[in-house]
Design a binder for this molecule. Structure first.
Ligand SMILES: [Zn+2]
Length: 199
């Protein structure tokens, strides 16, 4: 890479670290950045800086938030008797886009995956139990992904919450087993939620 300036090499190197971006794509992106108007390129840089400096996890549900609480937890119109448990903020986003769930969420920030060395302690399970203990939830909707690990995580949680007087449900299998929540279309997600079954 001696023929490329250090700054260009650096930006290629950084792009190549992104998921799904190989060396060739990283080069293409870097040259794209050099070709577009300067304001556009700097807009991207600002957006990255801004999202990292201002966005953190909601102190209650672990969704992404720019204030102490995320916009869902802070919304007084949300039904505080229903709690939907998801793996990642992007799963929450998919369910919100389906527009059928009006309760609150709890984001686990992962799933139990023994093969990847991810145990229950690495998830936000203690905070979940705490919320169920203190909250007024009547129903917990398990919306972990329909994968072996997602199912295992849902089962673990149903055991954890067994002592509380809440009904536990799981999204119906409208979602093909193994498919990932965030890629499932709105209608199927809405059906899966409407047809949820007791655990
Ligand atoms: Zn929240």
């Amino acid at each position: 890479m001696a023929q490329v300036s250090d700054s260009v090499s650096k930006v290629i190197e950084e792009f190549a670290k992104l998921p799904g971006i190989g060396r060739k794509s990283a080069e293409r992106l870097a040259y794209h950045i050099l070709r577009v108007p300067k304001t556009e390129a700097l807009g991207l840089a600002d957006a990255i800086r801004n999202v990292r400096e201002n966005v953190h996890y909601c102190s209650s549900c672990f969704n992404l938030a720019e204030a102490e609480l995320c916009s869902i937890c802070a919304d007084p119109r949300r039904d505080r008797t229903q709690l939907c448990v998801v793996e990642q903020p992007r799963d929450l986003m998919a369910l919100e886009q389906a527009g059928v769930f009006r309760g609150l969420y709890h984001v686990l920030l992962g799933r139990i995956a023994p093969l990847d060395g991810i145990g229950p302690d690495q998830l936000t399970l203690q905070q979940l139990v705490q919320r169920v203990r203190q909250g007024e939830f009547q129903e917990i909707v398990m919306a972990t992904n329909p994968t072996v690990e997602g199912d295992g995580t849902a089962l673990h949680i149903s055991n954890l919450l067994a002592e509380f007087p809440v009904s536990m449900t799981r999204l119906a299998r409208g979602i093909t087993t193994g498919s990932i929540l965030e890629y499932t279309n709105k209608e199927i997600l809405a059906d899966a939620l409407a047809g949820r079954q007791r655990l």
